[in-house]
Structures are given as C-alpha cells and as structure tokens.
Design a protein around this ligand. Structure first.
Ligand code: E4P
Length: 390
C-alpha cells in the first residue's frame, strides 16, 4: 500500500513548511513556506553561515560603508529572506512564500512597500514574481495591503489566519492564497479547556479549515486554501483534499512512514456547508474579531512571536557583522603594522626596526625572542580587541 504521503499528494498539493534546504530536498514538495521563526531556526545552522555572510556583505555594499549597523542589518534581513527563498526555488518546482516583517502588520503602506521591495530583490536575483507568494499577517491592514499588491500582480499568502472573518475578507480582497492555521487553534482550545487531546474530526483547527474550504468552494471564491500549522498527522488526514497543506519535515516523515488508506475529506466539487454568504467590511471585521477571542488572541500572539524572532535575528546579524567587519579591519591593521615596521620585508620585525615604544614591543613579543612575527602581532591585537569589546 502507498504511504499516506503518496496518497495525500494525489489529492492535495503538499508544501514543505521549513527553511531547511536538506529537508526540502528529501520530500520533493511542489512549494515551500517560510516564516520568521523558521528562518531564525535555519540561520542557526553552520551550513547556512556562508549564505548569511553573503547577505550581510551585499547589504553593506548596497547601504554604504558609513551607514549605521541597524540599516545594514535591516537590509540584510530582507536579503536573507530572499536568498533563502531563491535557494528553496532551486529545489522546488513551484512557489516559495516569503514573509513581510511582522512588525509592519498594522501598517498597510509599509507592508506594500516591503512587499514590493522583496519582489524587486527576487527579480534582481533572476526570480520572477509568479514563483513568490508574499506572506502577510491577516490583520485588516494586511488584507488591504494584499488587495493592492494583487492588483499589481504580486501574489500574496495571508497568514496567521484563525477566524472565519479573516478568511472571508481575504477572499473578497482577491488574495491568491490563505494559510488558515490548525495547530495553533488546537493549542488555544487545549489551554482553554484543559483537554489534552481532540480526535481529528473534533479538532477545532480542522473544523475551522473545513468550514473555510467549503465556504470558498460553495460561493466560487478563487482564493486557494492552504492548511498550515499542524501538530499531528490526524489533523492532516482530516484535511485530505484541501487545495494545499503546508507540513513540517517531522510530520512529512511520519506521513511517509505510515501505510494506511487515506480518504478524501474535502471535495471542491461537492462542498458541504449550511452557511449563507456574508460580506466583510472593516466594521464587520472588527466586530467579528472582537467576538472571537481565540482568533484575536492568536493573531496578536502570532505577530508578537514573529516580531520577536525577527528581533533575535537582527541582534545575531549585528553581532556577525561586527565579527566580519572587525575581522577585515583587524587584518588590515596587521598589514599596516608590517608595512611600516618590517623595513627589510623579511616577514619579521626586530626591535631595531620597530618604530613604536619598547613597552608595546615587549607586550607583543610573547616568547621574548626579540622578533615580532605576524602571529605575535595578531594575538596581541586580538587581546586588545577582545578587551575593548568586554
Ligand atoms: C506556515 O505558513 C506557518 O507559518 C506555520 O505552519 C506555522 O506553524 P506553527 O504554528 O507550528 O509555528
């Protein structure tokens, strides 16, 4: 019998929910999604250090040598997301989702500007915009930004979607795709009720995505539905037949290793739904969100969580930039010292050649052999550098 993963792939587009290139290679999904927490996790791997350094160097070049560190880091953040996206697109045949800075979630104009910039950076790297989904939090402001971007031909993926009104507002705004979350809804209900598990069909995240899917299909909305944020494979099994599902490598592995029959649960040809069509303007959106404590709390918490991930990554980038630029300045300083002092150019500076004071010569001459080699100068300057940064 075919694995659950193979059976699922025959009825739903399977998407990898990760920034890890090896995991994407392993499962050969059509598309992949990233978010700030996933990029932060991937950035911790030594394998991606070169990629991060490349982004920092190119940002420094773009921004200029005199620019403050925050500006370089800010620029690097965008470049890192795009470089990761480009690497992912070397592996998947379809699309990658790249998330706009979550701190802009309540600012329509800033979100539009950031999305345009990300698309521009992709185009500079030779990636066409049809292969990119710009991920934006499903706040009212985010949805309005997506409405404008879609009219410009920039495809959007509206994320952090927990409430029905968020989904309807996205569909009415003509967004390409939504990512209704499943697992985070389950997390909320478990914490709220004290229950420690829900069978798949009763899982409140599953019920939410099922309702949204059937509503879109019944009323003919083109917006694709991609279930996201899974906690177990039962949730995935219950959503077989959804347009797309984005799944972490851990759960993809479980699906691949499980052999049991998989039934289609969602059918776009035959949506089952009792709901009537509704229309969502800003007032309706606000009032529906106010009545849906789970959706409001999870949306807020999600934005805060992704913002925190970005801030952590920014700190790490600032630190790495200091190392990279400190390192360059450092070797430049050592070369200068040799140019000035190594008069006969034999690669060592004797006390007679040394133009500085005896005290400094003695401090650098660790082995007291009366000669300074590159290593002596490097370790002497290195000690000074680390003292100055304590
Ligand atoms: C994908 O688009 C989402 O960002 C992701 O599925 C969230 O998953 P999590 O709830 O496990 O963080």
């Amino acid at each position: 019998m075919a694995s659950l993963l193979d059976q699922l792939s025959a009825m739903t587009v399977v998407v990898a929910d990760t920034g890890e290139l090896d995991a994407i290679r392993t499962f050969e999904p059509r598309d992949a999604t990233t978010n700030p927490s996933l990029i932060l996790a991937a950035a911790q791997k030594p394998a991606y250090q070169a990629l991060i350094d490349e982004a920092l160097k190119s940002s420094r070049e773009h921004i200029g040598s005199g620019a403050p560190v925050e500006d370089v880091v800010n620029e690097a953040l965008d470049e890192i997301c795009v470089i990761f996206g480009k690497e992912i697109l070397r592996i998947v045949p379809g699309r990658v989702s790249t998330e706009v800075d979550a701190r802009l979630s309540f600012d329509t104009e800033a979100t539009i500007e950031k999305a345009r910039k990300l698309i521009r950076l992709y185009e500079e790297l030779g990636v066409t915009k049809d292969r990119v989904l710009i991920k934006i939090a499903s706040t009212w402001e985010g949805i309005k930004a997506a409405e404008t971007l879609e009219k410009e031909g920039i495809n959007c993926n509206l994320t952090l979607l927990f409430g029905f009104c968020q989904a309807v507002a996205c569909a009415e705004a003509g967004v390409t795709l939504i990512s209704p979350f499943v697992g985070r809804i389950l997390d909320w209900f478990k914490a709220e009720t004290g229950r420690d598990s829900y069978p798949g069909p009763e899982d409140p995240g599953v019920i939410s995505v099922t309702k949204i899917f059937n509503y879109f299909k019944k009323f003919g909305y083109k917006t694709e539905v991609m279930g996201a944020s899974f906690r177990n494979i039962e949730e995935i099994i219950e959503l077989a037949g959804c347009d797309l599902l984005t799944i972490s490598p851990k759960l993809l592995e479980q699906l691949r290793n499980t052999k049991e029959p998989l039934l289609r649960k969602l059918n776009k040809e035959n949506p089952s739904l009792a709901e009537e069509e509704i229309h969502v303007d800003k007032n309706k959106f606000d009032s529906m969100m106010a009545l849906d404590r789970m959706a409001s709390e999870k949306l807020d918490e999600g934005i805060r969580g992704f913002s925190k991930a970005i801030e952590t990554l920014e700190l790490q980038l600032a630190h790495r930039l200091a190392v990279l630029e400190g390192g360059a300045a450092f070797s430049h300083a050592v070369q200068e010292i040799f140019l000035l002092n190594d008069l006969d150019g034999d690669g060592c500076i004797t006390r007679e050649e040394w133009l500085g004071s005896d005290a400094v010569f003695d401090a650098l001459d660790h082995d007291h052999d009366g000669r300074l080699l590159q290593d002596d100068v490097c370790s002497g300057l290195g000690a000074a550098l680390s003292l100055s940064t304590v």
